[in-house]
Design a protein around this ligand. Structure first.
Ligand code: T4K
Length: 384
């Protein structure tokens, strides 16, 4: 694709009002994006595996070091594609402490999500919890790299191998994150990224499925486009999971800016830490143990017995000051419909999940947030 600009700068233009959001979108090089959009209009080719989507997929393959990458319309659809392409049946083990899409995608495919607890420190699925939930109906483990924290892939894949299960990683939060010198995108049978507007890397709406398995890739390519193997030949039950060209253009205009965005998030996280360190009853989730992360989520846990007020009172106070902090992922999938009403989930106890659901707050970060904004958030928090 012909592009005249060589230096890419992120667009730092911030929202006009004084509301601070968790998930205000990152914007890459606007001039580059505009050029790509002009080209899309000139070509009159808007979707169905156009050249912008193909270029994005190629660049993502190269960035992630993965063999196959399929751009899709969102991660929820991507997870459904992955579950179908792997022919999953019966039960799949998922964490309850995640965005509800992880479970809904399974339920939507006629699978039964079985909820596991998470690790207290990193908030990712606990391998011991997984093993205790395996039955003869289990077909897969769906693990989530929550907040960009990689799961214990070794332990999960050992359990999966022992019981003949597939492994899908919900990597919605984990673009530009690594584990053991390997980019997220290379683990399990496949991984699914979200490129929703609120994510570190976004295509307005969108996502990608990555895999190093050729046979799985072949199936994914078919079913993301209705099962078409040729112009008039349908060979599989497919769906429409295609990413439009304009979404891919957004992705291409962000890719050259990744380092600036990573640096922005890292700096924001350090500032939060400087302001919040030492407050009794407040723990800021650290990413220090990781080689490479995207710093996209600023996650604090509030222990109300030591912080003096509850997590929910703090959230109300932040909202009153136009700071839209979020209680991700309250109250946990097993406490949401349709799962809550299902007899099998009613007496479920997931101690770590329940503790975290009552303690976690996500604070604003990203390129739309500056130092003064972070001081403003922390002033409210320190006010107690
Ligand atoms: N797996 C996991 C682990 C996930 O976290 C997600 C999605 C998925 C799977 C599924 O991925 P997708 O199918 O969406 O690709 C938001 C996002 O909609 C959702 O994508 C995301 N996770 C989840 C964590 O957050 P809500 O209901 O909190 O969205 P909303 O509209 O309240 O927006 C969040 C904040 O961002 C608000 O304070 C406003 C701000 N915002 C939002 C948008 C869309 C902006 O400032 N600008 C915007 O354009 O779910």
């Amino acid at each position: 694709m012909s592009v005249t600009k060589t230096t890419h700068r992120i667009d730092r233009k911030v929202v006009q009002d004084d509301v601070l959001h968790v998930g205000a979108p990152n914007v890459g090089d606007r001039a580059y994006f505009d050029q790509l959009v002009d080209q899309i209009f000139q070509r009159r080719w808007f979707t169905n595996d156009g050249c912008v989507v193909k270029e994005l997929e190629a660049k993502l393959r190269s960035y992630l070091g993965v063999k196959h990458c399929f751009a899709v319309c969102n991660a929820t659809n991507g997870l459904q594609l992955a579950y179908r392409a792997l022919n999953l049946t019966g039960e799949v083990i998922v964490p309850s402490f995640t965005f509800v899409a992880t479970a809904h995608a399974a339920q939507w495919c006629g699978l039964t999500p079985v909820f596991a607890d998470v690790d207290r420190d990193h908030h990712t699925i606990c391998p011991h919890s997984i093993e205790s939930l395996i039955t003869e109906k289990t077909s897969a483990i769906v693990a989530v790299h929550l907040w960009g924290n990689p799961c214990d892939t070794q332990a999960i894949e050992d359990v999966a191998r022992k019981h003949g299960l597939a492994v899908v990683y919900d990597a919605a939060h984990a673009f530009a994150c690594s584990k053991d010198d390997q980019r997220i995108g290379n683990f399990g049978d496949c991984e699914v990224f979200s490129f929703h507007a609120t994510k570190f890397f976004n295509t307005f709406e969108g996502g990608a499925i990555t895999t190093n398995d050729d046979a799985l890739a072949e199936r994914l390519a078919l079913i993301k486009n209705f099962g078409f193997a040729g112009m008039d030949t349908v060979v599989d039950l497919g769906t429409n999971a295609k990413m439009p060209e304009i979404c891919a253009a957004m992705g291409l205009s962000l890719l050259p800016c990744l380092d600036q965005l990573l640096e922005r998030n890292r700096h924001n996280h350090q500032l939060y830490r400087a302001h919040l360190d030492g407050i009794p009853g407040l723990r800021l989730l650290a990413y220090d143990h990781l080689q490479q992360t995207n710093w996209q989520y600023v996650v604090v846990e509030i222990d109300e017995s030591r912080f003096r007020v509850s997590r929910d009172e703090l959230v109300a106070r932040l909202h009153a000051e136009q700071i839209r902090a979020r209680r991700y992922f309250y109250p946990g999938c097993h406490r949401m419909e349709p799962y809550r009403s299902m007899p099998r989930h009613q007496n479920l106890t997931l101690p770590n999940t329940e503790t975290l659901c009552n303690r976690v707050i996500c604070l604003p970060t990203g390129s739309a947030i500056d130092e003064a904004d972070i001081e403003r958030v922390c002033r409210v928090i320190r006010g107690y």
